[in-house]
Design a protein around this ligand. Structure first.
Ligand code: FAD
Ligand code: MLT
Ligand code: ZN
Length: 470
């Protein structure tokens, strides 16, 4: 049900035009079409106003006005979120970071802290940092569209988490505007700062419900001098876990990513995207990336690791890529899974973290549970230091209530039973907020509601998202 918010009027539009200029207030429905619907085309809002501020001061004026008028807001970055958090549910005004894309600075001495506006596209930021021989400690398939502010608001995980950890560790500072227009300047560039509560952590992963992120500072690692990628075929999940353990033992400090996909996933990218599998057919495929500072050292380590796993016959087939084109082609097999799945029709998407030894059982159990109902049940994801991050996807030609009722809460109960989290990286957004209690205690949820009330007493920031209805 729509909350008790005001409906925007012509007067409100004039006020917005005065703040950011006529051209940056969009009200033509056809221009708002893409901003009202999510990336996987499963949720659609009905906003009739899209605002594109350029500066923090403009965001502050907009939010102060909306708070006074009780107008609800939906913060939006690149709109690549996968849980329906980035699109309005009813007629919330969309507040976009699209024009807030200034790169602010790189620390010239340490050369490792980048400060930028929240609307910088991740890939563009990466290219900019490349000039300084540093990298963003985050990489994901949506890099060409997602904004760094959106990444921080979802605490995105991605492909480099194994090596560089979560954004909670690498984001040094955040500037955000609160619902009443207050500019919260936590844009520190210090790594060490134990002065009181760390409020920026509340902004990280809060999905636009506590504040609007306007700028960020990030600790950026040196660009590796040597990069290698192995693509392996494995025939059992047990074998895959053995390779993972061995990779951690033998590749240690140069290991930068371990990803997997199952044979059904390989089928999807071949059929729908025309990609080529560079090795033979197997039940599972693994990508193992190393990055370091000495080519000879890294290659020696990788080849001795590969010799051992081949000799032990855990892996019978594989290929190594050291040139950029081949690496990109192999990464495409993994990074483009979400895109390939869209060609199947409707996607029920799950993003869970589970103890690695049970993670693939979830795919097998879900397949059995849904037998004859859906087109496919596939699994891929990120393997890491401790828990595994499984992307379980169920597809069917179009939305189907019978499948929806069969798959939820089945997946959430399965996750809770194995002490996992129902959202490893995508967040709760609109779609998963009412299942939060599968992963959080009542006491934690009550505390979250109190924090929300403190930051946003009128509840104008991204209503119907993250927190449960009751
Ligand atoms: P949006 O989708 O626009 O917004 C996401 C949420 O953040 C919404 O709740 C929105 O209201 C809020 N928000 C956005 N900007 C702001 C702001 N400035 N201030 C406050 N709130 C804001 N995620 C992973 O974690 N790991 C992956 O590997 C990964 N891979 C992906 C691959 C593909 C192909 C796609 C389509 C998505 C993937 N994602 C992944 C999902 C992921 O959440 C996003 O891609 C990304 O972090 C969202 O950034 P965005 O700018 O698109 O944010
Ligand atoms: C990924 O790792 O590819 C993403 O999180 C997107 C997805 O779940 O499909
Ligand atoms: Zn992911």
């Amino acid at each position: 049900r729509r909350g008790n918010y005001a409906t925007a009027t012509a007067t409100d539009i004039t006020v917005f035009q005065d703040i950011i200029g006529h051209n940056h207030v969009l009200t033509d429905p056809s221009e708002l079409e893409g901003n009202n619907i999510d990336w996987i085309k499963t949720v659609r809002g009905q906003s009739s106003i899209l605002l594109k501020p350029k500066t923090t001061a403009e965001v502050s004026k907009i939010l102060k006005y909306c708070n006074d008028q009780k107008l609800a807001i939906c913060p939006q970055g690149g709109n690549t979120g996968l849980v329906g958090g980035s699109v309005p549910v009813f007629d919330e005004i969309i507040l976009s970071t699209q024009r807030m894309n200034d790169f602010i600075s790189v620390d010239p001495v340490a050369g490792c802290v980048a400060v930028c506006q929240a609307g910088c596209v991740l890939e563009a930021l990466s290219q900019e940092l490349n000039k300084h021989d540093i990298i963003v400690p985050l990489d994901l398939g949506a890099k060409g569209s997602c904004h760094i502010g959106g990444n921080i608001s979802t605490n995105a995980g991605g492909l480099r988490l194994l090596r560089y950890g979560s954004l909670r560790g690498s984001v040094l500072g955040v500037e955000a505007v609160l619902a009443d227009g207050t500019i919260l300047d936590c844009l520190s560039t210090l790594r060490k700062d134990n002065t009181g509560y760390d409020i920026k952590q509340l902004m990280i992963g809060s999905e636009g419900t506590l504040g609007f992120v306007t700028a960020v500072s990030i600790l950026c690692p040196q660009k590796p001098k040597s990069l290698n990628l192995a693509f392996l075929g494995v025939d059992t999940f047990e074998g895959l876990l053995h390779v993972l353990r061995k990779a951690k033992q033998d590749l240690g400090e140069i290991l930068s990513a371990v990803e997997f996909l199952d044979s059904a996933c390989m089928g999807l990218v071949k059929t729908h995207l025309n990609l080529t599998n560079p090795i033979g057919e197997h039940e599972f495929y693994m990508l193992i990336e190393t990055s370091g500072s000495n080519t000879q050292h890294d290659e020696e380590k990788l080849s001795s690791f590969l010799d051992e796993i081949m000799t032990s016959q855990t892996v019978s087939d594989g290929t190594i890529a050291t040139d950029l084109n081949k690496m990109q082609a192999i990464w495409g097999l993994r990074e483009r899974q979400a895109e390939a799945l869209l060609h199947e029709g409707y996607n029920f998407k799950y993003d869970v973290s589970l103890p690695t030894h049970v993670m693939y059982d979830m795919v097998l159990d879900t397949r059995r549970h849904l037998e004859g109902l859906c087109t496919s049940v596939v699994g891929y994801g990120h393997l890491g230091k401790c828990d595994g991050n499984l992307h379980l996807n169920v597809t069917c030609p179009q939305y189907n209530q019978t499948i929806a009722s069969a798959v939820e809460p089945f997946v959430y109960e399965w996750t809770a039973k194995h002490k996992g989290s129902i959202s490893a990286e995508h967040g709760l957004g609109f779609k998963k907020r009412n299942y939060i209690s599968y992963s959080k205690s009542n006491e934690s949820i009550t505390m979250m509601k109190k924090i929300k009330k403190l930051f946003d007493p009128n509840g104008i920031l991204n209503p119907y998202k993250t927190l449960p209805d009751t």
